[in-house]
Design a protein around this ligand. Structure first.
Ligand SMILES: [Cu+2]
Length: 105
């Protein structure tokens, strides 16, 4: 039986993908602009270490294993700024490794 909460089929069109590179001690780009209400998938490649990518306000994190592309699915958001940080200690400068999603209306 179909739940009253069932969602309609996925919206038409591919989900936008954004490539991100991680390395000591930065993400490139470190600011990603999104449209409100539009989900996005980050395709993240680490060049040198198992960095982390943690979005505290989303309750979402990933390990970025070198040699792989890590898919980080960001659900649709409201306008605002969403910070992300590396949460795997990667050396002096680790605390500087952060970025943000800027969600525009
Ligand atoms: Cu780090």
């Amino acid at each position: 039986m179909r739940s009253a909460l069932a969602q309609p089929a996925a919206a038409a069109g591919p989900v936008r993908e954004v490539e991100v590179t991680a390395r000591r001690f930065e993400y490139l780009p470190n600011e990603i602009v999104l449209k409100a209400g539009e989900p996005v998938v980050l395709l993240v490649r680490s060049l040198d270490f198992v960095h982390g990518m943690n979005f505290p306000v989303l309750g979402l994190r990933a390990d970025l294993v070198p040699g792989r592309i890590t898919r980080v699915e960001i659900p649709a958001q409201r306008p605002g700024v969403i910070d992300f940080v590396c949460d795997n200690f990667c050396g002096d400068g680790h605390e500087e490794m952060h970025g943000r999603l800027v969600v525009r209306a």
